[in-house]
Design a protein around this ligand. Structure first.
Ligand SMILES: N[C@@H](CCC(=O)N[C@@H](CS)C(=O)NCC(=O)O)C(=O)O
Length: 269
């Protein structure tokens, strides 16, 4: 980790001509944390949820990766070689990528501030960890089937079927009223933003009647989460981004509408 601050300072030195980026770098060097993220990012939204639930807005600035040239720029790749968001820059300039690692760091670092977001028992903590892992390992890698271009309708259809399967897996895990029981945890933070994707995209572009039909535990959980003002704000941010994608005809231009028109495959579950 010792060289990571050097990386972030190196990234800063390459962008002197951009005034916003320069300000961002100066902030990092002055000891404030920075979260690189954008409103539509579901993975980053789990961190934004935790930041707000814990009242950390005064400690962490949220800025777009565009301020340092975008996700694939040399400056950004020097900080996160995966070229993905979110990315947290710690007070000493250390870059910390991967949304769940960032979540757990924030819960640890600010354990005594705001809501704990950690379940009270080992069993409930295991349940939160399991739901988060199912989401991160089996859903996040294929979520692009809902909104990205893909070589074949067949691959897309298989991944949409897999999303339906993993929804059933989560239905079997969620305890209620929150993922791990009576307390909101980082698992709720991880899952909720992706359900904003599901609830918007699967009915609108893939013909699903209702993502929650036949999944009563997830349905109750979704309604509880939507009643939380912090979650409602996350939903509004993500929906804003998705509405922008819809307005610019993303699903037509990425070839998704054409794939779904192919009735040789099943799209709605
Ligand atoms: N495992 C990563 C996944 C990050 C990820 O896929 N982020 C998306 C946004 S939600 C991204 O950066 N996509 C742009 C790209 O892959 O080029 C995490 O949890 O942080």
């Amino acid at each position: 980790m010792a060289t990571l601050r050097a990386h972030s300072l190196q990234a800063c030195s390459g962008i002197r001509r951009n005034i916003i980026s320069r300000r961002t770098c100066l902030r990092a060097m002055a000891g404030r944390m920075i979260l690189y993220d954008v409103p539509v990012s579901n993975n980053g939204a789990r961190n934004r949820y935790i930041i707000r639930k814990k009242g950390l807005e005064g400690e962490i600035d949220i800025v777009s990766p565009q301020t340092i040239g975008g996700l694939k720029s040399p400056q950004y790749l020097a900080l996160n070689p995966q070229g993905k968001m979110p990315l947290l820059i710690l007070e000493d300039g250390t870059p910390l990528p991967e949304s769940e690692v960032i979540s757990q760091y924030l819960l640890d670092k600010f354990a005594s501030q705001g809501d704990s977001l950690v379940a009270a028992t080992p069993e409930a903590r295991a349940k939160a960890a399991l739901a988060t892992r199912i989401h991160d390992v089996y859903i996040v890698p294929i979520q692009g089937a809902m909104y990205r271009s893909m070589d074949s309708a067949e691959t897309r259809a298989k991944q949409i079927e897999q999303i339906a399967y993993q929804l059933n897996v989560l239905e079997g895990i969620v305890e209620g009223p929150y993922v791990a029981g009576s307390q909101v945890t980082s698992a709720d933070a991880a899952l909720f933003p992706t359900f904003v994707f599901f609830e918007f995209m699967l009915p609108t572009y893939f013909g699903w009647k209702d993502v929650f039909a036949g999944r009563p535990k997830l349905a109750a959980w979704w309604n509880n989460m939507k009643a939380d003002p912090v979650a409602a704000k996350i939903m509004e941010e993500i929906r804003g981004g998705l509405n922008g994608w819809a307005a610019s005809n993303r699903w037509r231009d990425q070839g998704i509408s054409d794939h779904v028109a192919n009735t040789a495959h099943k799209w709605a579950y």
